[in-house]
Ligand binder design. Structure first.
Ligand code: CR6
Length: 828
């Protein structure tokens, strides 16, 4: 390989711009790009002019990085993801370029507060939750570590819906993040691709009598690429996130248009543009909709063709170097259709023999599994697959035929049970294509996202695949970028860390461990808690603006932020709040440290029970917050429209981090890492990355409770009867019965009964009642811990000090070592 192979330590930023130089740029763009003037420019115009000023540096880095990668002919990772939850880019780009302070000063001298201008930016919410945000953290790390990488995805016109509450119920509003354009993206018409769907396959024979398959597509769609530069931290690399927008193909349109069918032509236009219109708002569920399959295929096909075009520019028609130059990471099974698509391109288009093509595929793809939940494991009906991608279905059949014959039957001769279990096609009334099986068969490496999860992927999900290919399976524990999730979002704590452990921690997070030496230092404890207090005061203002609820920053801020799902058990948190409320009503002197329970969560629009849980929390909040007898010991707030930008305001202010999923259900979690990094103490189950967080911070600094993965399995095996807990624990019985009365919904008894119903008649599939007792005990432990100010400060400091492992730089280094075999390429 010809890569320049220096260490992947980021280089220091080139001479940063002075505030004076930035001022000149901003004013120039105000005039020349925005066409307005200092005295009449709106905050939006100021923000855009500043973005344009910043982009001068971004584009410089982009050009030099691309030139260097081309000249060095670097091996690169291609991250295929249907989701990128980027949030805002303004302060992120400024921080990563080392320009934040200069920009702050420049804007101040121009009469503007930088934090106010930051509010001008819409979140780029092209993702649902953890999986999409992980992709965003990963591309930040890749650029920071000078690793050649391209992110590929969809340029959705509408990102994740915006959430409002009306009388306590979730209402979804469309998200139009780029209604008035987005200053960070560049359209690349020169790299447009065309993608086919529908139609039929013809078998033909060439002059040598060789059989060939010819796909006659029913429709051709144009993919227009939009590039978002991804700026590494204080490094010189600027990578690209390339997002595809669908348009009607000109060719198809003109045909219909010329024959007088203007209306038909517009219909085709609309249908083609529908593909990238909207992000599916489901986290951990698969709807099996045709449009979703087309979305997946559209972006995979565009991306593969784009990669191949770039490869051919350097290597012509010689495919032999392709596996050395290219690795594709599949972010869950969503882009798995890329496997048969690459086979189609190689076999049908490049006339390669099957074995040679398959050998290439198997060196190129790697697959990350992000869930064990059965409802999230993708499978497509054979019927639909055949309609949308008839040639790909044939290819999948052939992949499967060879797999069953050459692998499964050799290993387990004549064992039809094994074949049935391992087949990519699930037989039955409605035959299905299993995308997880396809991903494992087509990849050279498969990883889970936390130690326990990777073990379960191997033992419970794909045990036979492990028997066939033990070396294929590995773990890469998730991580988060400390640039966004500490440096940028928590400037107070960041400058304290700069003083105590030096300024290198953003790219070498293990350095935070030096902080442990100060955990008993009274001055450091006071400073640390004073910062937390200020962050809480800031959040209290935001809470008041968004919900109208006044909260006291002296109370414990207890935060649960994540998608709303039964397995995440926001309703366990709610039952505990009800129990506390009941204790207060029964004993007016009930002694507890005042606590503010803060929620942030969107429910998938079609997920009824999740929406009922939101409604119940809002109604309970309303009642408790207005009940004088509570004397402010409990406040409950549900922050509307939880998103990256809100997370950045909430995480620095958290005292307690709720990570209370049923053991075995949360693959990793990443919010758990962000909160611990900012000094929150976790109340959590032994699930996902909580286990590794507990190992790092030590048992004294985390409140672990509840059933373990093995105990959960045993309980299900021996027969779980949630009613026993209801009848045996008077507190559980009382709070569930309470929900059925009209106490929280005056005049409307039964409005909140869905929760009780799911926990009793519904069998409580996520063991809420089984874990209640242990959960309330852990919460009592938290209450006790908080009363000891110095003790709490020490625990909080130890959390920040001990979670260096969870930087996404470490995750990326693990991928490099265990999967990608990639070398950094320094850019001057
Ligand atoms: N919902 C997991 O549930 C994990 C992320 C990123 C999830 C979560 O535990 O941290 O992926 N899974 O690995 C899927 O989206 C399928 C998630 O975000």
């Amino acid at each position: 390989m010809t890569n320049k192979t220096t260490s992947n330590k980021p280089t220091t930023a080139a001479q940063p711009l002075t505030a004076e130089q930035l001022k000149e740029r901003i004013v120039r763009h105000l005039h020349a790009t925005l066409g307005t003037d200092l005295n009449k420019a709106s905050p939006q115009a100021w923000w855009r002019a500043t973005c344009a000023a910043v982009n001068e540096s971004v584009f410089d880095g982009l050009r030099t990085t691309q030139r260097e990668h081309y000249e060095q002919d670097t091996r690169a990772v291609h991250y295929f993801s249907l989701e990128y939850l980027m949030g805002r880019l303004f302060s992120n780009n400024l921080h990563n370029l080392g320009l934040y302070q200069s920009a702050k000063q420049a804007l101040a001298e121009l009469g503007h507060d930088i934090t106010e201008l930051e509010e001008q930016e819409e979140d780029m919410a092209l993702g649902n939750g953890g999986l999409g945000r992980l992709a965003a953290c990963f591309i930040d790390s890749l650029a920071t570590m000078n690793l050649p990488a391209v992110g590929y995805g969809i340029h959705y016109e509408h990102g994740l819906f915006q959430q409002e509450f009306q009388a306590g119920r979730q209402i979804e509003r469309p998200d139009s993040w780029r209604e008035y354009g987005n200053p960070w993206e560049i359209c690349r018409p020169e790299s447009v691709q065309e993608v086919s769907v529908y139609g039929y396959v013809e078998t033909v024979y060439d002059l040598q009598g060789r059989m060939k398959k010819v796909w006659h597509p029913g429709r051709i769609i144009k993919g227009v690429p939009w590039d978002i530069p991804v700026v590494g931290y204080h490094g010189s690399s600027v990578n690209v996130l390339r997002l595809w927008e669908s348009r009607a193909s000109d060719f198809f349109n003109w045909d219909v248009f010329n024959s007088g069918g203007y209306v038909d032509a517009s219909r085709e236009n609309i249908e083609a543009e529908t593909i990238s219109k909207v992000l599916y708002p489901n986290d951990e569920t698969e709807a099996g909709k045709e449009l979703r399959l087309i979305q997946q295929y559209f972006f995979c096909s565009c991306s593969l063709k784009d990669m191949i075009r770039r490869y051919k520019r350097a290597h012509g028609d010689d495919w032999s170097q392709f596996p050395q130059q290219v690795v594709i990471q599949l972010n869950d099974t969503h882009p798995a259709v890329a496997i048969p698509e690459l086979m189609r391109i190689l076999v049908d288009r490049a006339d390669m023999v099957w074995d040679e093509a398959w050998a290439i595929c198997q060196q190129v793809f790697a697959y990350t599994n992000h869930t064990l939940l059965p409802e999230a494991l993708e499978s497509w009906s054979v019927r639909m697959f055949e309609k949308v991608l008839p040639r790909h279905l044939e290819i999948i059949y052939e992949i499967n035929r060879r797999f069953l014959l050459e692998q499964v039957d050799v290993r387990w001769p004549g064992d039809n049970d094994k074949k049935r279990k391992l087949s990519i096609i699930e037989e039955g009334h409605e035959p299905m294509v299993r995308m997880g099986h396809l991903s494992v068969v087509g990849s050279f490496r498969v990883n889970g996202v936390a130690e326990v999860h990777s073990k379960l992927v191997q033992s419970d999900l794909f045990p036979e695949m492990v028997a066939l290919w033990p070396d294929k399976f590995t773990n890469v524990t998730n991580g988060v970028t400390p640039r966004r999730w500490l440096k940028a979002c928590n400037p107070r704590l960041s400058s304290m860390l700069d003083r105590l452990v030096g300024t290198e921690w953003p790219t070498d997070l293990k350095r935070l461990s030096k902080l442990a030496a100060y955990a008993d230092d009274v001055k450091v404890q006071d400073d640390f808690m004073a910062i937390k207090q200020q962050n809480k005061a800031d959040l209290a203002k935001v809470i008041n603006e968004l919900t109208g609820v006044a909260v006291d920053p002296a109370a414990i801020f207890d935060i649960q932020i994540k998608r709303l799902h039964e397995y995440k058990r926001q309703h366990l948190n709610l039952l505990h709040i009800l129990a506390l409320y009941r204790r207060i009503l029964q004993n007016p002197d009930y002694d507890m440290v005042p606590r503010v329970f803060i929620f942030g969560a969107k429910a998938a629009p079609g997920y009824k029970l999740a929406k009922e849980i939101i409604y119940a929390i809002n109604k309970v909040a309303e009642k408790i917050n207005h009940d004088k007898r509570v004397k402010d010991r409990i406040k409950v707030v549900f922050m509307p429209n939880y998103r990256v930008t809100l997370a950045e305001k909430m995480i620095p202010a958290a005292d307690v981090s709720e990570q209370i999923s049923t053991a075995g259900k949360e693959a990793s979690g990443t919010g758990n890492m962000k909160l611990a990094l900012n000094g929150a103490i976790t109340v959590g189950t032994l699930d996902g990355a909580n286990i590794e967080i507990a190992e790092e911070v030590g048992a004294d600094n985390i409140a672990i409770f509840g059933l373990t993965v093995d105990e959960v399995k045993d309980l299900h095996r021996s027969g779980y009867h949630s009613r026993d807990y209801y009848h045996n624990n008077p507190e559980i019985k009382a709070v569930l019965d309470w929900l059925e009365t009209d106490y929280f919904t005056p005049g409307k008894p039964g409005e909140l009964s869905a929760i009780k119903h799911s926990l009793l008649e519904g069998g409580d599939p996520y063991l809420v009642l089984a874990d209640f007792e242990a959960y309330q005990a852990a919460q009592q432990q938290i209450d006790g811990w908080y009363r000891d100010k110095a003790g709490w400060a020490k625990k909080a400091i130890m959390n920040t000090a001990c979670v260096g492992k969870f930087t996404s730089d470490r995750s990326i280094q693990d991928y490099v070592d265990r999967v990608w075999q990639l070398k950094p390429c320094h850019v001057d």
